[in-house]
Write a protein that binds this ligand. Structure first.
Ligand SMILES: [Zn+2]
Length: 438
């Protein structure tokens, strides 16, 4: 995840001028994709003045940024007119002359513009159902599960956990043994990131100057965030509001860093922005199909860099000792974590019911405690994440499943890790959306 904190300045005068220019687009000739990319980026940057989550990262031309303050209320109709004008011109592209990679570019661009239109409509107050929103914003069709699907998994977890009481309470008590002491967070995370980076660099040629800064922060709706700044540099933040358990070291190192968000952004910048000049990739709109690929690949990237057996070995030999934890318990802990991972889609069911207005926040919290084994305060925090990011929640687990299926279907299986790295690298370096992976 990422947010853009800086609000751009935007004068009323500039807003009025821009409004004038956007109404004449219907009579324009069909622009090239490069021209449309420039209009798209500039318009998204302006939209970002009204919602700081809209633009997750931007490292394109400085002069494309709006220079004044936004006007008081969202000029939604003007944004819609401009995005729809770009959409119409994308539809009108002469595809007979396009090379295969440009066809892919066009296909993805059309989906990104649909998401931009949908986002403006939602900012305007339009309500979409959870599934409609997921389709329009993320090009995805979230699966539906009956809650009974998760009961057998809960029973199996029940058998593994020591002690008495509810499964969630026993899990909470058991996992306390695996909390990384605050004083050791920095050491443990740096070790995990260094390993994730070495493993990734053994397979990908990253720019020599690629780098990141790691910060520990508080009071956030997320657990970790990568702010990509361009030119191979990221700021990675880790939220310490809640206890951080040992598995988060590799999860976050790979998800936010290597080969997750940081590497994804580095490769997009290198291959699409710098080499091909496709400027629409110099902006990362959070509420767009790109996010499903970003979160899905960041999650699957954990397994690419640390296949199960290699991971447990590294945990036992390096991270558990660094954190001062009992490595003899690592196997059982990871077995249970794996089972809990199978409950992940239950969280989507809670989000769907809650966001569709079918259950209250309290009921959603209870569902997350029962089916995802969240501690009650953490479950409450998760509903706040749902308020803010809504159907974005599907990007993590559905995205991961789609990316995994795509890579494995094409030969990147457990017994062919070289092929897996290769396919994964291609996926990170080219336009992709959920439906394009099918
Ligand atoms: Zn993420």
């Amino acid at each position: 995840m990422q947010t853009l904190k800086k609000a751009f300045l935007f004068t009323l005068l500039f807003a009025v001028c821009w409004a004038c220019t956007t109404t004449k687009t219907e009579t324009e000739e069909v622009g090239t994709m490069d021209q449309l990319a420039e209009r798209y980026v500039k318009t998204l940057l302006r939209l970002g003045q009204y919602d700081s989550d809209v633009v997750d990262a931007y490292y394109g031309p400085e002069v494309w940024k709006p220079t004044g303050e936004p006007i008081d209320s969202l000029p939604a109709d003007e944004f819609l007119a401009e995005f729809k004008a770009i959409q119409a011109q994308l539809q009108a592209q002469d595809t007979t002359t396009l090379a295969a990679d440009e066809m892919r570019r066009l296909a993805m661009f059309k989906k990104q513009i649909l998401a931009a239109i949908t986002k403006v409509e939602m900012m305007q107050g339009k309500n979409y159902s959870f599934d409609e929103e997921a389709k329009l914003l993320y090009d995805a069709e979230p699966p539906h599960y009956a809650l009974s699907h998760f009961d057998s998994i809960l029973t199996a977890i029940d058998k593994q956990l020591p002690g008495k009481g509810t499964i969630a309470a026993r899990w909470d008590a058991y996992r306390a043994r695996f909390e990384i002491p605050k004083a050791k967070l920095d050491t443990v995370f740096k070790a995990a990131i260094a390993e994730a980076r070495n493993r990734t660099k053994a397979h990908y040629k990253l720019p020599a100057n690629e780098n990141f800064t790691l910060e520990f922060v508080t009071d956030k709706a997320w657990s970790g965030y990568n702010y990509y700044k361009g030119k191979g540099y990221s700021l990675i933040q880790i939220n310490t509001d809640f206890p951080i358990y040992i598995e988060r070291a590799i999860d976050l190192a790979a998800h936010e860093g290597y080969p997750g968000h940081h590497v994804f952004n580095v490769l997009l910048e290198q291959n699409l922005v710098d080499k091909k000049g496709w400027k629409e990739y110099s902006i990362y709109p959070l509420f767009s199909p790109q996010s499903l690929i970003a979160e899905g690949s960041a999650n699957y990237g954990i397994d690419v860099a640390f296949p199960a057996q290699e991971r447990i070995k590294f945990e036992r030999e390096v991270l558990f000792p660094l954190a001062g934890l009992n490595a003899a318990e690592a196997d059982r802990y990871y077995t249970i974590l794996d089972m809990i991972g199978q409950l992940d889609f239950a969280g989507n069911e809670a989000a769907r019911l809650y966001l569709n207005g079918e259950i209250t926040r309290e009921q959603a919290t209870d569902m997350l405690v029962k089916y995802n084994l969240y501690a009650p305060d953490k479950a409450l925090q998760r509903t706040r994440f749902m308020d803010k990011y809504r159907s974005y929640v599907i990007n993590y687990n559905l995205g991961q499943q789609l990316v995994r299926n795509y890579i494995e279907r094409n030969g990147g299986t457990d017994n062919n890790p070289g092929k897996r790295w290769e396919l994964f690298g291609e996926l990170l370096s080219n336009p992709n959306t959920a439906s394009m992976l099918k």
